[in-house]
Design a protein around this ligand. Structure first.
Ligand SMILES: Cc1ncc(COP(=O)(O)O)c(C=O)c1O
Length: 401
């Protein structure tokens, strides 16, 4: 029996969490050590092994991961960072919080990731090279980097972006909030010299309640990332049993309070054991959706690119322009099926409208996709029957719109 038949409704997303996670939390209670400690240390090692990365640094959100990545590159108010407007707002908020200028660049329609061609157009038009770096002609800011978002688990065009970054002496940060377990060819997202930022928020493919991780193969950056995650201090707090020397410490830079708790890490370690199975289940559900929705005329599905594996964090459809998306969402909700929208473009938010010159019409692909996109329920405890139920009600709702 599917989730819908059992529960009488279908949420957009639900964590897959059980007795193993509860047992792990009990272990932390028994140890009576709740802040960053042995569970976090092990979780970092296990996550690095899973992503084939050299370094993994656990923090309390992907937002924190993005923020310490930017800070570690010494991003400040003399810098420009490029990023897509089709993302969760925290991708862009973190840029603004460092004082840097967010240069929004439209996405491509094949993977909904930042467009390498549009980045190059923007550089050719508005930046000039002086010495080793490129500078904005008017703002005079240095073009420091790009944040690429792996939308819904589908990897952005990271090889091309790495090439552009090399040519222009820029850094890349990957927003992999959706992309745990995604691959390009045989290479896991996370296995990179870039900073790669993961999310363990409650609706993500694996969760720690709230949580995040930065991975990188650039071992030189480990120390600075760690310091930014904990007040700028270069010592770990877990020293209760093997305290060495006197309790002095130094603060070397202006860091944040972004460390992960052991309780979260204990949950994360159990979730990590399950992630491949959870992603496989998502893939089965996504394939069933693709098959069952393909015959509906008013719906378009974005197919995955070749040579990639998606974590299938989101399953999105695009409605025919003549369909009223809001009525569609409301009518499905009346049938007890919850959907969502990923994402409201960042330049539509009032804060961004007030502070930056971006306006409606500036990012055609983002805006066209936003106008017609809907994210359907997808989570591991759904069954084939649920995909059938969603398809059935979509068909019914569409006949009445
Ligand atoms: C693309 C993207 N980036 C970043 C985040 C932020 O993640 P967190 O809630 O872990 O800070 C999210 C969260 O939904 C996201 O979807």
């Amino acid at each position: 029996m599917g989730y819908f038949k059992k529960n009488g409704f279908l949420p957009f997303s639900e964590p897959f969490i059980g007795e193993e996670e509860l047992k792990a939390v009990k272990r932390v209670f028994k140890r009576n050590w709740f802040t960053t400690g042995p569970e976090v240390n092990e979780f970092e090692k296990e996550f690095a092994a899973y992503t084939n990365s050299k370094i993994a640094i656990a923090v309390n959100s992907a937002t924190a991961a993005l923020h310490i990545s930017l800070a570690s590159l010494k991003t400040g108010d003399k810098d420009d960072i490029m990023a897509p407007p089709f993302t969760f707002v925290s991708t862009i908020n973190t840029i603004v919080e460092t004082g840097a200028y967010p240069v929004l660049i439209d996405i491509d329609t094949d993977d909904y990731g930042i467009s390498p061609d549009k980045i190059e157009e923007e550089i050719d038009k508005n930046y000039i090279k002086k010495g080793e770096f490129f500078y904005h002609k008017k703002r005079r800011n240095r073009l420091k980097g790009i944040i690429a978002v792996h939308y819904g688990g589908q990897p952005a065009k990271i090889d091309k972006l790495n090439e552009i970054a090399k040519k222009h002496n820029m850094k890349i940060i990957e927003d992999a909030a959706h992309a745990i377990g995604s691959k390009i060819g045989d290479k896991k997202i996370g296995d990179s010299d870039n900073f790669v930022c993961f999310s363990f928020y409650s609706n993500k493919n694996m969760t720690t309640g709230e949580g995040g991780m930065v991975t990188t193969n650039n071992s030189n950056m480990e120390k600075i990332l760690r310091m930014y995650s904990l007040h700028g201090i270069d010592k770990q707090a877990y020293s209760r049993l093997k305290r060495e020397g006197l309790p002095y410490y130094d603060v070397k830079l202006l860091g944040f309070k972004y460390n992960m708790m052991d309780m979260s890490a204990a949950i994360g370690r159990e979730q990590l054991k399950k992630i491949e199975k959870l992603n496989e289940k998502r893939d089965v559900l996504a394939r069933l959706y693709e098959k069952s929705l393909s015959e509906i005329e008013e719906i378009r599905i974005t197919h995955l690119k070749k040579n990639i594996r998606s974590s299938r964090h989101l399953f999105t459809i695009r409605l025919d322009k003549r369909i009223n998306r809001d009525s569609f969402i409301k009518k499905l909700l009346k049938k007890k099926i919850q959907t969502s929208i990923h994402f409201i473009p960042v330049h539509y938010f009032s804060y961004y409208k007030k502070r930056f010159p971006y306006k409606k019409g500036d990012f055609k692909n983002t805006e066209d996709i936003f106008d017609t996109i809907v994210s359907l329920p997808i989570f591991p405890s759904m069954e084939e029957d649920d995909v059938k139920t969603v398809t059935y009600y979509i068909k019914e709702v569409l006949t009445k719109l």
